[in-house]
Design a protein around this ligand. Structure first.
Ligand code: CA
Length: 238
């Protein structure tokens, strides 16, 4: 099976050249032109390698790397254009596996791609595929588009930024996330998130849902993530 490579580059001509040359080598190639769609495509595609430009619209290559590192094991080959970027990449601050400075030759790029894929294969063989997958799932990350819940850190990120959530807001959101697309009544939520012995009433749930919406919805007044089910309760749509 052909290895899948995700090319993230916002300059159309360079993107085209990269795609052309990688495909010629027999790789399956997909593209993204900005940081946000790079994240989405990587999550959907689970590529074997990512060629990642640093200067990108939306989220830059550094942010993309930081987020992906928490979710998956994938070699990242960074494309840098400026000296200050190189300093950060070489300092291993960002966790790229390798980098190339623009302008670079296609021959050089293909050699680096091949080397990274081979290295990744060796790591997989060594660890055993099962263990590699275990390592990833032990990070316990739940992702819903630009909303990411990291259970081991009890952190919620929106567009790569950590949200300031109260403990009960976090617990409620996590419960929603674990019961995606299920109708959950206020009473059930109160019992499961706050506990049997909690003395509050179902208004408590409404208040926390309102706070959560203000933090995770693009338009809190017209929510699409946590929707109200008439006469019932709430449903998390992702
Ligand atoms: Ca660029």
């Amino acid at each position: 099976m052909a290895e899948i490579i995700l090319v993230v580059e916002d300059e159309p001509s360079l993107q085209e050249t990269l795609v052309y040359n990688l495909k010629k080598q027999g790789y399956t190639v997909e593209t993204a032109g900005d940081g946000r769609s790079a994240l989405e495509t990587a999550r959907r595609l689970k590529p074997d390698l990512i060629v990642l430009d640093i200067m990108l619209p939306e989220l830059d290559g550094f942010e993309v790397t930081k987020l992906l590192r928490r979710e998956m094991i994938v070699p990242i080959l960074m494309l840098t254009a400026r000296d200050e970027e190189i300093d950060r990449v070489v300092g291993l601050e960002v966790g790229a596996d390798d980098y190339l400075t623009k302008p670079f030759s296609m021959r050089e790029l293909l050699a680096r791609v091949k080397a990274q894929l081979r290295r990744a294969q060796l790591v997989r063989d060594e660890m055993g595929k099962e263990r590699a997958e275990e390592t990833v799932s032990s990070l316990e990350t739940l992702a819903f588009g630009n909303l990411v819940i990291n259970q081991s850190r009890r952190e919620v990120l929106l567009d790569g930024k950590v949200l300031a959530l109260k403990p009960q807001e976090y617990d409620l959101l996590l419960f929603f996330a674990q019961h995606k697309r299920q109708m959950l009544s206020r009473e059930f939520l109160l019992e499961r998130v706050w506990g049997w012995d909690y003395t509050g009433n179902s208004r408590t749930v409404d208040v926390h849902v309102r706070w959560l919406r203000q933090k995770i919805e693009a338009y809190p007044a017209a929510p699409v993530r946590i929707v109200t089910v008439r006469g019932g309760g709430y449903r998390f749509e992702g």
